[in-house]
Design a protein around this ligand. Sequence first.
Ligand SMILES: [Zn+2]
Length: 549
Amino acid sequence: MTIRNLSLIMILLTLVVAGCQPKSEKTSLSPQDSLMLAKVNDFAVVTLTTDLGKLTEKEKQMIPLLIEVADIIDNLYWLQTLGDKTAFLDSIKDTITRQFAEINYGPWERLNGNKPFVEGYGEKPAGANFYPADMTKEEFEKWNDPNKTSQYTLIRRADDRSLKAVWYHEAYKDQITRAADLLKKAAGFAEDAGLKKYLELRAEAFLTDDYFASDMAWMDMKTNTIDFVIGPIENYEDELFGYKTSYEGVVLAKDQEWSKRLAKFASLLPELQKNLPVDPKYKKEKPGTDSDLNAYDVIYVTGQANKGSKTIAINLPNDEKVQLAKGSRRLQLKNAMKAKFEKILLPISEVLIDSGQRANIKFDAFFSNVMFHEVAHGLGIKNTITGKGNVREALKEKYSSFEEAKADILGLYMTTRLIEMGEIKDITVEDCFITYMAGLFRSVRFGAASAHGKANMMCYNYFEDKGAFERLPEGTYRVNMDKIRTAMNEWAAKVLMIEGDGDYQGAVTYLDANGKIRESLQADLDRLKTARIPVDIVYDQGLKVLGLN
Ligand SMILES: [Zn+2]
């Protein structure tokens, strides 16, 4: 090699190295950009894959269609929440801020009390884009319309400024028609009769906003490998009344092996319901025994399910009529769960859990706690015992927080009970409590913005007041085994009673006083920030990473 060539190579090499510099190390980054970049990096990137070898050719042909439907639904979620996705994102010139806005599905930081981070945006409207921005609660309550509280209507202003209810399928007619067509096409690839029927009925439901028959068909579907959660489903985004549901799409592949392991617990539900630590009048209802519990790999996630925090378990359907007739289905998102355990929970424990208890933090315990959170949604009480109708209606916008609180604490209760009954053998009661505590730290970092966050905060504060754990001088936390069980039982009873009594005022008062992060905890949570532990995960997903393009 000549000297001349060598210097040319050196120049090229210098150029290549300069071109490879990560953005964060460029000195030109403003403090504002650095902050945004740190916020984006708070989300650990997780690639969504599954074992394609376990899928049939037709299943592999169906997946791209389902992904297309999920993408349509993603745009509808943007419309329900804020407005046109492309127009909004294009209005953000800075690429890092834009990336963060995509993670949050809007200009409000969902894991930080919905604080606005894009210039020109104020507080997040409680009613999202479901209601007119200038509508007051009083105006809505005075207005007489049979469809106003429907989960599937938008509230808009008519030409004379009066309120009107518009069905989702009318408001989003073009997108809905296209999605329904694709669902029918996907049904053509379904080899499983149950899946075929569900996809066909779901397409009809899209066009009518009557989801009952398709929800029933979804519950009847037992032997499918591919699953598709799709439609307007959860009501978390409507923080004004909790009536309106948001669109979401989740494409899944069932893990048949893990599912077998989970199946046996369903038969134990009635006995667990009977033994709940609360007065018998709050546990008279029978939980559905037809319910099933399965583990899945998440393949593709959009809409409500993809914004900010990623879900690790799904419990559906929400329709009480279907629940009473068929029970409900619990989907444990194993790959998402494992990712959160490894990328978030373990690093948090290193900072906040007493070193003597860290060995008790186990994936199986985390898996069980989360698994039974979902089971516990079906336990307790759905209709108030005070004549106030069902719990959802009685507790209005506070319902989600208490329902999540109930599921969380009864989930822990059930895991410990099943260990003592000898049904779960690979973990101990200590593992469950300590892993649960570490899990609380993970969850309360979400702040008080989401229903889950509020639920976890109420539980954390209750545990603190009852001495279920203590903070050691070195800044770590140790679970008190002799007190945490009593705290768990009493907190469970309290939540079950608020639900059963349909005590809306009690729920408001309790949440106001106990749903916030206290100063001492905030100081310790800030240490997690300093340690740069991811707050959540973001998905690298699609046909390419799946190996299907
Ligand atoms: Zn839940």
